[in-house]
Design a protein around this ligand. Structure first.
Ligand code: AFP
Length: 328
C-alpha cells in the first residue's frame, strides 16, 4: 500500500495530538501532557546519544540491572531523564522502567493518577559503542480507581491506550499509536520539534526478509528451525541489527518478520512483555501486521510480572503467517 507521507512536514507532534483530541468531545487533553513529557525526554536522550563519545558516557557502569544485564552509563542517564520528565505529570499514577526492579507508585486516581507509563529507556544500548541505532519504547495503560498498586498495572497489551518508540538513528524518529493507526514523526533539529511525516502507516506485505539472531539456530525449537530451512530454500533475505527498535522500524516501513524465539538457555525468550513486546505489538497490529508469542497473540497475554519475558514473532501479516505455519 502507498505510504501516506505528509506534504508540508509542518505539523508538530503537539498540534497533531491536540487536533486528534478535538475529535473526541469531552477529551481532557491529558494525553498531550504525557506525550509532551515523552517528547521532551526523548529529545534530551537523543542529544546524549549523539554526544556520547564526546562526553565520555559510553560503556557500562559495572552494575547489572534487574534483568541481570550489564547497565550501560547511558541506560542510567536515559532512565533518569525519563523519570524526571514524566514524574511530575499529575495524571501519571505509576511509572515503571526496565531499569528499576519495582515501579514508582506516584499518586492515586483520586489525586489524578489515571495512567501507568511503562518504558524501556534505551533499548539496544549494548550497541552504543559502535554508534548503531538505539531507541526508547513506551506503553501507556489506564489505571482503575483507587490507590496506585503494582498489580493494577499488570494488564494485557490489548488494554494499552497508547504505545510508541523513538529511534535514535541517522534521524530521530518517533512512531506513535493511540489506537487509531500509526503516525510517524521526525525530529527537525533546526526547530526542536517532532514533525509529522507519515500518517496511518501500513506494513507492506510481500517482503521475504526475516530478522533473527541466526547464530542461535541450534538452540531454537524444531518449528523455528523448520521455518529457517524453508526460508533458505525460498529466496529469503536476512537483516538483523540486534537493536529491536531499529529492526522493528525497518519492518514497519519495508515489511518482513522479526523473531526472538525461546532458546534452550532462555526458554521464556529474552524480550520483556510489558515494555518491549506489547508496545511493539500494538504498533504492528495498528499498521495491519500481526504479533505473536509462539502460540498466542501477544496482546492477549495476561502478564504475571512487570519484567516478564516473552518470545516474539511480529511483522507483516503474510510473513508472520509463513513463520507460524511451520509450527503445526
Ligand atoms: P541490549 O539493550 O542489551 O542491547 O539488548 C537489546 C535487545 O533487548 C533487543 O533490542 C534486541 O532485539 C535483542 O536484545 C538482541 O539480543 P541478541 O544479542 O541476543 O540477539
Amino acid at each position: 500500500m502507498e505510504k501516506r507521507w505528509t506534504q508540508d512536514n509542518l505539523t508538530s507532534l503537539q498540534s497533531n495530538i491536540l487536533a486528534e483530541e478535538q475529535k473526541y468531545p469531552g477529551a481532557t487533553g491529558e494525553f498531550s501532557w504525557i506525550l509532551s513529557a515523552i517528547a521532551l525526554a526523548t529529545k534530551a536522550i537523543g542529544n546524549k546519544v549523539r554526544c556520547a563519545r564526546i562526553q565520555d558516557v559510553l560503556g557500562d557502569v559495572g552494575n547489572t540491572n534487574v534483568q541481570g544485564e550489564m547497565q550501560q552509563k547511558l541506560d542510567v542517564i536515559a532512565n533518569e531523564i525519563i523519570l524526571r520528565c514524566l514524574g511530575d505529570r499529575e495524571n501519571i499514577g505509576i511509572l515503571a522502567s526496565e531499569e528499576n526492579e519495582t515501579p514508582f507508585l506516584l499518586r492515586s486516581s483520586e489525586d489524578g493518577g489515571k495512567y501507568a507509563v511503562l518504558f524501556d529507556p534505551l533499548d539496544g544500548s549494548s550497541n552504543l559503542d559502535s554508534s548503531v541505532g538505539v531507541g526508547t519504547i513506551f506503553s501507556v495503560l489506564r489505571l482503575s480507581e483507587g490507590g496506585p498498586r503494582e498489580d493494577a498495572m499488570l494488564q494485557s497489551g490489548s488494554n494499552q491506550v497508547a504505545a510508541g518508540y523513538v529511534l535514535y538513528g541517522s534521524s530521530t524518529v518517533l512512531v506513535l499509536t493511540t489506537g487509531n493507526g500509526v503516525d510517524m514523526f521526525v525530529l527537525d533539529q533546526s526547530i526542536g520539534s517532532f514533525v509529522l511525516v507519515a500518517k496511518e502507516l501500513q506494513i507492506p506485505t510481500g517482503n521475504k526478509t526475516y530478522s533473527i539472531n541466526e547464530a542461535y539456530t541450534a538452540r531454537f525449537s524444531d518449528g523455528v528451525q523448520r521455518f529457517l530451512g524453508w526460508a533458505h530454500q525460498n529466496n529469503y533475505s536476512s537483516r538483523y541489527i540486534g537493536s529491536m527498535v531499529a529492526d522493528v522500524h525497518r519492518i514497519l516501513l519495508k515489511g518482513g518478520v522479526f523473531l526472538y524465539p525461546p532458546t534452550i538457555d532462555k526458554p521464556e525468550g529474552k524480550l520483556r512483555l510489558m515494555y518491549e513486546a506489547n508496545p511493539m505489538a500494538m504498533i504492528i497490529e495498528q499498521a495491519g501486521g500481526k504479533a505473536f508469542a509462539l502460540g498466542k497473540r501477544l496482546l492477549d497475554i495476561e502478564p504475571d510480572g512487570l519484567h516478564q519475558r516473552i518470545s516474539v514473532v511480529l511483522g507483516s501479516s503474510d510473513q508472520v503467517d509463513a513463520v507460524l505455519s511451520h509450527f503445526s
